[in-house]
Design a protein around this ligand. Sequence first.
Ligand SMILES: [Zn+2]
Length: 175
Amino acid sequence: MQPDIPHETSLPEATSSDDTDPRFFMQMALDEAKKCTPSQTAFSVGAVLVDGTARPHKVLATGFSRELEGNTHAEEVCFTKWKKQSQLPEIGPEYILYTTMEPCSERLSGKKPCVDRIIEFGGVSTVYVGCKEPSTFVAENTATHKLAGEGIRYLLVDGLSSECKSVATNGHSDS
Ligand SMILES: [Zn+2]
């Protein structure tokens, strides 16, 4: 038998039977993104890591850009916080990751891209994104290709794209 997955009780709990709805969690990720300190040289992204085997789906960790020290990305923050707070089972549940912007496939800083972190984390079945990565810093994001190659479902959540993009570029010049 697998051990139960501990979870942070202070996190927002899913409250209705609709809480397997991707829009519910993408909205939550968007609320995280709004906590970012605006940056002219980076995107402001929010992410939510969810246990997709629970009904309703259960939030395991939340994160936003630069929340933790070291120029951290939202997805990275989620993984770090979840690893810190939990005793990871040997075989993970079905993780679902929500991120307001397509996970990066290249970082100008040379740090490990989020798409590689997602693959290495293991057990992520689905990645929902709020919007595509604009080509502000990196010309072409290859996350779609990489995740598909690993059998990870990769889906854009309809309806929040423009708001996700607007929050992501908070602090960027208008031009
Ligand atoms: Zn990233």
